[in-house]
Write a protein that binds this ligand. Structure first.
Ligand SMILES: Cc1cc2nc3c(=O)[nH]c(=O)nc-3n(C[C@H](O)[C@H](O)[C@H](O)COP(=O)(O)O)c2cc1C
Length: 208
């Protein structure tokens, strides 16, 4: 089988999407010819070449304003009329991660990806919504706070390998919300200091 993972984070490196894509690629490596393409670095034609002959197209991206990052949205728009010609019968799988704790925030983005499938004539495989994306670099996937994420990605990889369709899953982090929020606030303050701002300036109202 042939699968391509599209990393839809605009970050050049160290993104949560990159870590998720690498985990999935490792899980699929034995059963599939599986490569990863960074949507921000590849042209439409390069992506279409990568998709040629695929059984599974896997999109891994961050939630931006409850939706799809604009460069990925543009790519989907550019390929929607022709992707089924090069990857006929392929199933689409998606993993969307977001900054807030609640994984259900990603439900609308998964629905948007479902609409892309309808429009392009591809088959919807399964979607995963992953909350607390800021923690994904904090531990190896499958361990400690990322135990549930590992289980969900393993189940997704199994469905991809078997060309199966399944209900969307929303992954609950293995740590409490108050700790995640406290860690996020510490990180925001540290970033503010790095750029010469005081914590209190983070609460300033924008100038009119
Ligand atoms: C422009 C922008 C918009 C965002 N919008 C949302 C949002 O609507 N909801 C949310 O929970 N997180 C939002 N985030 C946070 C990202 O989804 C989060 O940081 C994610 O873990 C980044 O994933 P990545 O490292 O794979 O790029 C946004 C981040 C940016 C930069």
């Amino acid at each position: 089988m042939k699968a391509v993972i599209i990393n839809g984070s605009p970050k050049a490196q160290d993104s949560a999407s990159e870590l998720i894509a690498a985990y999935l690629q490792a899980r699929l490596a034995q059963a599939a010819d599986c490569s990863v393409c960074h949507a921000a670095r590849y042209s439409r034609d390069e992506i279409m070449r990568a998709f040629t002959g695929c059984n599974a197209l896997i999109f891994v991206f961050p939630l931006y304003v409850d939706g799809i990052p604009s460069h990925l949205l543009r790519l989907l728009d550019e390929i929607q009329n022709s992707v089924a010609d090069v990857a006929s019968g392929a199933a689409v799988y998606c993993v969307v991660n977001n900054g807030f704790y609640e994984a259900h925030q990603n439900a609308v983005a998964l629905e948007l990806m479902g609409n892309f499938c309808v429009r392009s004539g591809l088959r919807w495989g399964q979607g995963l919504g992953v909350g607390a994306g800021g923690m994904i670099a904090a531990a190896p996937i499958g361990r400690g706070p990322l135990k549930n994420l590992g289980k969900a990605l393993d189940a997704l990889a199994e469905n991809i390998r078997n060309n199966k369709t399944a209900d969307n899953l929303f992954v609950k982090p293995n740590f409490p919300k108050f700790l995640y929020n406290a860690a996020a606030h510490m990180s925001f303050r540290a970033q503010a200091r790095k750029y010469g701002l005081k914590t209190k300036q983070l609460y300033d109202k924008p100038r009119q």
